[in-house]
Design a protein. Structure first.
Length: 221
């Protein structure tokens, strides 16, 4: 009786067994892998008149797990930490907890931990102001000459950034200008520079410096 049952529709039984085995390998037998990956931090909905003054690390670390087939580098490269700054409406400190609600992961990947698990950011009012341009020179003029007149155009450039940092910037220097090959006058197109990484220029940083040299009078006994 049992033998007759086994022989009945044997081909269909073998086919069903094969499908069951394949499904088992596809959904059950696939090994799960746990890895740690470095991901970038993205800020969204930045407050219009506020600046982030905290030096934030470029990358955070995520501990994730999932099927081996989904843990390819190309898939994990899509992961990121996204901080929504829309609720921030005033200067001060704000702590953000990093969990599954702030992490973007490919489908099928599960977050187990973020390192660090929190980020504290300090926000400060944004300040914009014009500061004088300070032309710099590399070495003296040719022997027997001196600078008679110097003009920079524009004379000021506009900078922006956190209020306390912008207030510390008194001038913005230019790249060094070499006068060694200048005889009477010269015009130099150079860039201005601001050393504070949290302060930036608004608009062009190019400055045209016009220099007029004159001969140093010879002293007569």
């Amino acid at each position: 009786m049992l033998l007759r049952f086994l022989k009945t529709n044997l081909s269909w039984k073998l086919f069903s067994l094969l499908i069951a085995v394949l499904l088992w390998f596809a959904f059950v037998a696939e090994s799960e892998t746990a890895v740690s990956i470095a991901v970038p931090v993205e800020f969204r909905n930045l407050p219009r008149d506020l600046e982030v003054t905290t030096e934030v690390v470029d990358k955070l670390y995520l501990k994730v797990r999932g099927p081996s087939a989904r843990m390819r580098s190309s898939d994990l490269a899509q992961a990121s930490v996204v901080l929504n700054l829309a609720p921030v409406d005033r200067p001060g400190e704000r702590t953000f907890t990093l969990d599954q609600t702030t992490v973007n992961l490919p489908a099928g990947i599960i977050l187990t931990r973020v390192v660090p698990s929190q980020i504290r950011l300090r926000f400060e009012k944004r300040l914009r102001r014009n500061v004088p341009v300070e032309p710099r020179f590399e070495g003296p003029p040719p022997q027997g000459y001196r600078v008679a007149k110097m003009e920079a155009a524009p004379q000021t450039l506009r900078i922006a950034g956190p209020e306390s940092r912008v207030q510390l910037v008194s001038t913005v220097p230019t790249d060094a200008i070499d006068l060694s090959g200048t005889v009477s006058s010269g015009e130099f197109r150079v860039s201005a520079y601001v050393s504070d990484s949290q302060v930036r220029f608004e608009g062009s940083t190019t400055v045209v410096v016009r220099v007029i040299l004159e001969k140093i009078p010879v002293k007569r006994d």
